[in-house]
Design a protein around this ligand. Sequence first.
Ligand code: SF4
Length: 326
Amino acid sequence: MTADVLMLENVSKSYRTVGKWQYGHHHEVLAVRNVSLCVQYGEIYGLIGESGSGKSTLARLIVALEQPTSGSVLIDGVNIAEMKPIAVRSMRREMQIVFQDPYSALDPSQTVEAAIEEPLLNLTADSKARRMQRILELLHEVGLPERLARAYPHQLSGGERQRVCIARALAPHPRLLVCDEPVSALDKSIQAQILNLLRDLQRDQGLAYLFISHDLAVINHLCTRVAVMLRGRIVEEGDRLQVLLHGAHPYTRCLIEAAAYFAGNGVLPRLTPSASKAPENGCIFHDRCLHAQARCRRETPSLRELMPGHRVACHFPLSDVRDGSS
Ligand code: SF4
């Protein structure tokens, strides 16, 4: 067994779209571009980026809801695309996902008990008695009273619904939980409760999380390692403090400055106006970057190591500029 529960190797995903006004005209939209990353057993790996950066597509590729156009997704070192059907079923037990919107994630006609029982029926061979016992254990683990087992989603608050979604994800004893913006649809006061619940579950059960968020404060609260995603690419990766305190990619700096501004501390970062479409050539950020030079428009920077564990995809990373070593 490897130290990595999840490994992505050069994963890309593109979609063909049909032009609305030009009959028969197709073009490719690259949602995820050459992403490589590893999540180790028991760690919380944060993935941050703005809306439309490809984070949710990546989540769906990881839990095999979609197939990559190219590249490999490996669980415990085994490529999902090469797994036999029986191994895929067992892999589905290992990886579960918590979606952003607890309102649409639950079937309104199913009770809480039925929602949590569904993955137990599909992914385990547990008897009816064992399933009922497990449902009560899970309600307890996520802080819900047993009486809610017979409730329907419309009888629950947003926070209670997300607790049900977490219980359902935990039901088959996964080792990796992909959390796709799990608190962004909730009120601020409820967000803290759900984040604390996720942190406690991770600590008590030794789970690994791939935690996706657009909110730096949330990532900072939970994660040990962080990657920054922009227009389908990872542009920076490192330990939480390397990225969130000493971010070297100009885009990471913009995210940090924007978070400080909205927390009432600092000024809004300056960016050049962007085209809606990512540049075809060169750095993915060159149309918005204040530090762009001629090389940035010609060559796509690869992720290179600035210091152990800290990788940046930039020809002129800002730590180099500060050190004068670029
Ligand atoms: Fe900016 Fe150039 Fe770095 Fe891209 S490679 S982020 S354009 S400095």
